[in-house]
Design a binder for this molecule. Structure first.
Ligand code: ZN
Length: 209
């Protein structure tokens, strides 16, 4: 038993006993909270989670949930070729295991008279990533939001992410990446558009033969 704990008992035995009772679930799960270096780990964990939930990015996405078309600066433009923003970094939390998943999103659309400022696309990704999510829904949310905001001919979204809930549970899964896609409009119905998108999303600028 560590000296620190013995000392805290000596100062206030009741508080220390109560303290240890609160730590019991951690002790039961093998965390040696009597080691001075870990004695406050449960408190640190609780405090960090509280910050995540109440003050920082976890709810930031929900607070910035502005999906009214008027909330975005939309410009008129007669262009009807594909616009793609690739490699948008994303960090989210798996709603099942409450563990992070992180990766990249590639987002494209073919305008139909209206375009969105390019910087707004990563903002839409953040908005849906910064909450409890599953990758499949996140991918759909981004595609649907873009459809709603600029009413384009079509939208394509690919998300590639690594999930700590997969990675931490087995060596063989450490390098696996989950890939999800959502295709709307021409991206769904036109093979040529879809191919162009997937080629650009995966980094090849050379047209396939
Ligand atoms: Zn998970």
């Amino acid at each position: 038993m560590s000296t620190n704990v013995v000392e805290s008992w000596q100062i206030n035995p009741d508080a220390a006993a109560e303290d240890l009772e609160a730590k019991q679930p951690f002790i039961d799960n093998g965390l040696d909270v009597l080691d001075p270096s870990r004695y406050y780990s449960p408190e640190f964990m609780t405090r960090e989670w509280e910050k995540l939930w109440t003050r920082t990015w976890l709810i930031a996405g929900i607070e910035s949930d502005i999906r009214e078309p008027g909330d975005y600066s939309v410009f008129r433009l007669g262009r009807e070729s594909m616009i793609i923003v690739r490699d948008i970094e994303l960090y989210s939390l798996c709603e099942h295991h409450i563990l992070p998943f992180f990766g990249k999103a590639h987002v494209a659309y073919i305008p139909n008279g209206k375009i969105l400022g390019l910087s707004k696309i990563p903002r839409i990704v953040d908005m849906f990533a910064q909450r409890l999510q599953i990758q499949e829904r996140l991918t759909d949310n981004v595609a649907d939001a873009l459809m709603e905001i600029v009413s384009p001919h079509g939208v394509g979204v690919v998300v590639e992410a690594r999930h700590l809930c997969m990675m931490m549970r087995g060596v063989e899964k450490q390098n696996s990446t989950a890939v999800t896609s959502s295709l709307r409009g021409t991206f769904k119905h036109d093979a040529k558009t879809r191919d162009e998108f997937l080629r650009l999303a995966h980094g090849s600028l050379v047209p396939s033969a």
